[in-house]
Design a protein. Structure first.
Length: 120
């Protein structure tokens, strides 16, 4: 399941994923990211991961289509519970130019403040 908020200009795009991400979820994310890019660039995104079970195979294929939009992202904060495996340097290197920080759930506000630095 995917929930997207913060689509208005000047807001941080927030993408919350619970359990398994589907192809439809990623298509919704791509649509929201495209709309956000039209309002402002660069884009900062907050990803929230809860009770992650993984992605469906179709979602993973859809994810590769989103890669063309990554150059519009400046910063990405990941807030996750213990079900999210986390990032490693190899993943971060696949997205050059994007600053990525990961935070535990209890530091949600810290993550949001870090992303808001560019809006003040």
């Amino acid at each position: 399941m995917l929930e997207i908020t913060g689509e208005a200009k000047g807001e941080i795009l927030e993408v919350t994923t619970e359990e398994t991400a589907t192809r439809d979820d990623l298509q919704r994310f791509e649509k929201a990211l495209k709309a956000k890019k039209l309002q402002e660039q660069p884009v900062n995104i907050l990803f929230i991961f809860k009770n992650i079970d993984g992605n469906t195979p179709k979602a993973m294929l859809e994810g590769w289509k989103i890669a063309t939009h990554l150059k519009s992202i400046k910063k990405s904060a990941i807030v996750a519970d213990e079900t999210f495996v986390g990032l490693n340097k190899n993943i971060e290197n696949l997205i050059p130019g994007v600053e990525i920080n990961q935070y535990p759930m209890e530091e949600m506000e810290v993550a949001k403040e870090w992303l808001r630095e560019d809006y003040s």
